[in-house]
Design a protein around this ligand. Structure first.
Ligand SMILES: [Zn+2]
Length: 183
């Protein structure tokens, strides 16, 4: 299945084309709620979404890239877009949540933060109580025994990291991952 890119500065995240369409729709629904309150503040984002949707419909599979640089030209716009992304996370299922988080990550991430995220994952896997970087709630490790893709999630759904199965398996083998409650 074709994947397109979400780009901002030096960061890139890839998203399945079909899910990109769903993600854009949910972001638009959140924007639509806000835009009536303050049309002047979010006018640029309406324009941006219009462009992204046109590209999504008309560009070939795998080339429906969302370029954020030309739109997020100042910190205010970046903050406004993040606010809309957060709103769009309300009432979405986990699959879509993960896709919309890609927009957040591509904006948030710099090389230093990337290391911090890795560090968070490793500490959670070792059984430490690690607060969510967004809301402060204690993050949860969701293992393969739950029937879901192994991941680290925030109970408030604002932090989600899918883990590679192999990495978890290896941590198990090496005895580095402690189960919840064991010390
Ligand atoms: Zn959280």
């Amino acid at each position: 299945m074709a994947q397109s890119a979400i780009r901002y500065r030096d960061n890139t995240q890839y998203i399945q084309d079909a899910q990109l369409g769903d993600a854009l729709k949910h972001i638009f629904i959140a924007l639509d709620r806000k835009v009536s309150e303050n049309p002047r503040q979010y006018g640029w984002l309406l324009q941006a979404m219009n462009k992204w949707w046109d590209d999504f419909e008309h560009l070939p599979p795998g080339l429906k890239d969302v370029e954020l640089d030309e739109w997020l030209v100042n910190p205010k716009r970046k903050a406004d877009f993040e606010e809309i992304l957060n709103l769009s996370l309300d009432n979405v299922n986990t699959e879509l949540l993960i896709e919309i988080m890609k927009f957040k990550r591509v904006i948030d991430m710099n090389p230093h933060e990337y290391d911090v995220f890795k560090d968070i994952d490793n500490r959670v896997l070792k059984g430490e109580k690690v607060p969510c970087p967004t809301c402060g709630e204690i993050l949860i490790y969701q293992g393969p025994d739950t029937g879901k893709h192994p991941s680290i999630i925030c109970p408030n759904h604002d932090y989600t990291v899918l883990l590679e199965v192999q990495r978890v398996d290896i941590l198990d083998k090496l005895g580095l991952r402690k189960r919840k409650g064991s010390r």
